[in-house]
Design a protein around this ligand. Structure first.
Ligand SMILES: NC(=O)c1ccc[n+]([C@@H]2O[C@H](COP(=O)([O-])OP(=O)(O)OC[C@H]3O[C@@H](n4cnc5c(N)ncnc54)[C@H](O)[C@@H]3O)[C@@H](O)[C@H]2O)c1
Length: 342
């Protein structure tokens, strides 16, 4: 049984708590948040011990810390958890800049603890099926890929931290990172990043359009991200790929959401396996586990790795750092109007 301490009890904290509660091999033993009402609510709902700070929670009998705190707190939280000898799952983005990522990597290496950044799209059922199709080679090499992620503003954010680019990195680090990370994962590191963006009055790029060229696979890619759509616009994520042997399209608002068109003709809708609730789980998990999508698959993967004594390798710290570097390159390019070479 893996004893979990969860730090940061907002939107993502609530999501991760449901995942841990549904796992038969995890126990949500402790929760931390400076907001008393939040930690007491979680403590009551999940039977966890409440703490007013991460530092106090690190003294508890826990095996791992799950960090779902605002982005600007990730670096110090990971360094502190590593020093306390706890394994660490940390929400994306890893940190605000590569220097912070390096400090985190040094801290977890020194402590010898297991560490994964929660790049959930790598675990999301449709994206996972697309990765399997690419790895199978049956449609050949990717020629180009185009990704999209659009959302109304996340108005729930604690103290509005997300609207301060110094705290969140704006939509580039908060939202667009999902697609830049996935594109670099399937196509390899790009050589050049070119971007354009639209700033909001907070100074952050809350709309960004990025082209990446010179991917190791030879493909080119494009991604758009927007965190300021009108309230009535549903959150939408999409991915299109054109390959030597056909094309693939995913759109979260289509049903079926995934389409494969082989070059020889015809249309396929591959089966997309949805996460299942382990039979002995579901204590405290509310709603349908399928609604948790890739979050459940991701949290289960990390907990299972810990239980098996294995090092999680689906998202390495270096890959998570590269995702931050790609975001900062996109930001610099959008601000200067010049392409950025990596
Ligand atoms: N993977 C995804 O799809 C996804 C989606 C949303 C957010 N995120 C990421 O998750 C992280 C959290 O985002 P959110 O939307 O849940 O934020 P949120 O504002 O909803 O919640 C943040 C919580 O952290 C708490 N907090 C503040 N300071 C703290 C401290 N020192 N110690 C412990 N807790 C503290 C706040 O009280 C609040 O409860 C961010 O890094 C964000 O980028 C990821």
């Amino acid at each position: 049984m893996i004893k979990v301490g969860l730090a940061g009890l907002g939107f993502m904290g609530g999501t991760h708590a449901q995942c841990h509660a549904a796992l038969p091999n995890a126990e949500l033993a402790a929760v931390a948040d400076p907001e008393q009402d939040r930690r007491e609510k979680f403590a009551e709902q999940y039977g966890a011990k409440p703490y007013a700070s991460l530092e106090e929670m690190l003294q508890a009998d826990i095996d791992m810390v799950d960090i779902t705190m605002p982005t600007y707190l990730h670096k110090d939280a990971v360094v502190a958890a590593a020093a306390a000898g706890k394994h660490i799952l940390c929400e994306k983005p890893m940190a605000l800049n590569p220097a912070e990522c390096d400090e985190m990597i040094a801290a977890v290496e020194k402590a010898g603890v297991k560490f994964m950044v929660a790049h959930v799209i790598r675990f999301w059922p449709e994206y996972a099926v697309i990765k399997e199709i690419l790895d199978s080679g049956r449609l050949g090499k990717v020629k180009w890929a185009s990704a999209s992620r659009i959302s109304p503003p996340p108005t729930w954010a604690w103290n509005q931290w997300i609207f301060d680019p110094k705290h969140s990195g704006g939509a580039v680090l908060d939202l667009h990172i999902h697609d830049l990370d996935f594109l670099a994962w399937i196509l390899g590191k790009p050589k050049v990043v070119s971007a354009a963006g639209v700033k909001t009055k907070t100074g952050g790029l809350d709309t960004v359009l990025t082209t990446m060229t010179g991917h190791e696979s030879g493909a080119v890619s494009y991604a758009e991200g927007c965190l300021e759509m009108a309230e009535g616009q549903p959150f939408t994520m999409a991915l299109r790929l054109n390959l030597e042997g056909g094309s693939i399209e995913f759109n979260s608002r289509l049903s079926p959401s995934l389409l494969v068109a082989p070059a020889g003709g015809g249309v396929e809708h591959p089966h997309v396996p949805q996460p299942e609730v382990p039979s002995s789980g579901s204590a405290g998990a509310s709603g349908n586990i399928s609604d948790l999508g890739g979050y459940f698959v991701e949290v289960k993967y990390f907990v299972d790795c810990l239980e098996a004594g294995e090092t999680p390798d689906k998202v390495t710290p270096q890959e998570a750092k590269l995702a931050v570097e790609l975001c900062l390159a996109a930001t610099r390019s959008a601000e200067t109007g010049q392409p950025v070479s990596l």
